[in-house]
Design a protein around this ligand. Structure first.
Ligand SMILES: [Zn+2]
Length: 449
């Protein structure tokens, strides 16, 4: 299915509407997104051999079950977390690598008290706002009779695709971006979560900590099952990857999803992003949801063709991983994370009484205003009919903080604005919509640091 943005004919309609106003000086139509040669160089540094090396090591620990606490050398979740930590420390002295640990009491699938630890590598930017790339390093496998027994955790659980693939991808993004020499505005965080399989425990405790610490997180790019290309039904697909995002249509997470689609097409045209308008796969979950439940934007990457019979089983082995495919997915993540972190923050479009959008002097126009974003040299307005998912029209309006689109009804269209810096890096779009109400069903894993 082809994407319509920016469909020239539709854009022309927008410009004709603009031309209807004699007083309007027409700005240039929007430029296509630009490749930053330094970002492209970082992406070229992503290596299938590195990904293979990380994943070979991750599956060598026998199991990475969050409960498999053991001092046995080279076995279990503790050995795995030490490996991830040391590997990320070796990438660059700029990466601040630490364990983000919580004491968790017996609850749900956690069948006895345990210390769980996320492995976190922070690449500080000029500002404190954060962009995350994540995966989960814990694994789980059913017992020989095919059932889960959460009180037993020493059976083999290689977790190559679920989610060694997402962790290897996260580590490789950490390596190439920390070695890139790029000067990021946002702080990049590369994190391998623990105890995802027990109910998003590591990520939910981390997201709760983020709220408590007052961290501003603009996006979590979560990668879970991103390395294989053949579904359990035999169908191959090495050319697409799915990106899931929560409702509603103008949630901040959907803006992240649209951003992934836009920039993946620029930097990794060989891999097509399929946007899926739901939070996750049917009856399944992932760590991005821990961010969403706390009000942060986050999306989930997952391969297009899953093999369910290889998940949560001793057969989730490295043999099913296609490293060329995994490398493409790593490039998409690195491109999006780097561009977001280089770009100015998204413009603020919320006033005290809601979105700063009105009908203009005529009463029939779309009069948009926004607060200036630090580092922006221009802004891009986007809009679409209010019954479509993708932005249909876009216009570069220069370095202003208000703009009027004549004869375009604010009732019939949804509007947004993005900030652009001198290098062409674009912020996320801020949509002129009422903020989401808080979600009542916040998962509360209890634990203490
Ligand atoms: Zn998983």
């Amino acid at each position: 299915m082809s994407r319509r943005r920016p469909a020239p004919t539709l854009l022309t309609v927008g410009l004709l509407a603009l031309a209807a106003s004699a007083t309007t000086v027409l700005p240039a139509a929007a430029q296509s997104p630009r490749i930053d040669p330094q970002v492209a160089a970082a992406l070229a540094n992503i290596s299938e051999d590195s990904l293979h090396a990380y994943l070979s090591k991750l599956v060598s620990f026998g199991t990475r079950n969050a409960m498999s606490i053991s001092d046995r050398p080279g076995w279990g979740v503790k050995a795995a977390r030490e490996y991830i930590m040391k590997a990320m420390q070796s990438f660059s002295s700029k990466l601040q690598v630490s364990l983000d640990c919580y004491q968790v009491s017996k609850q749900g699938r956690i069948t006895q008290p345990v210390q769980i630890c996320n492995v976190m590598a922070v690449l500080p930017g000029r500002s404190a706002r954060r962009i995350y790339v994540s995966g989960h390093y814990d694994s789980v496998a059913r017992q020989a009779d095919g059932r889960f027994d959460w009180s037993k955790w020493d059976n083999p659980a290689p977790g190559a695709d679920d989610d060694g693939s997402g962790v290897a991808l996260t580590m490789e993004c950490a390596r190439v971006l920390s070695q890139s020499g790029l000067d990021f505005d946002a702080t990049l965080v590369f994190i391998a979560f623990d105890a995802e399989e027990e109910g998003l425990v590591g990520s939910s405790l981390h997201a709760a900590r983020a709220v408590k610490e007052g961290w501003r997180i603009d996006a979590d790019l979560n990668n879970d099952i991103v390395g294989a290309v053949q579904g359990g039904n035999g169908i191959y697909d090495s050319r697409t990857v799915r990106v899931f995002s929560e409702e509603p249509m103008d949630s901040p997470s959907r803006e992240v999803a649209r951003y992934v689609h836009r920039w993946a097409a620029v930097y990794v045209p060989a891999d097509k992003v399929r946007l899926i308008g739901r939070e996750d796969r049917f009856l399944r979950g992932g760590d991005h949801t821990s961010f969403n439940l706390q009000g942060y934007a986050g999306v989930r990457f997952t391969e297009s063709r899953e093999n369910y019979s290889r998940q949560h089983i001793k057969d989730d082995t490295i043999g099913a991983i296609d490293f060329q495919y995994l490398a493409k997915n790593a490039r998409i993540n690195a491109a999006v994370a780097a561009t977001l972190a280089l770009a100015p923050p998204a413009p603020v479009v919320m006033g005290r009484r809601g979105p700063t959008l009105g009908r203009g002097k005529s009463g029939y126009d779309a009069a948009l205003s926004w607060q200036a974003s630090a580092g922006a040299v221009g802004y891009r307005i986007v809009w679409r009919e209010a019954w479509t998912p993708d932005w249909q029209y876009e216009l570069d309006v220069g370095n202003v903080t208000e703009y009027t689109l004549p004869n375009i009804s604010i009732d019939d269209y949804v509007f947004g604005v993005a900030a652009v810096d001198a290098g062409g890096h674009e912020s996320l779009v801020s949509a002129y919509v009422r903020p989401q109400r808080g979600r009542a069903n916040v998962r509360r894993a209890s634990g203490s640091r």
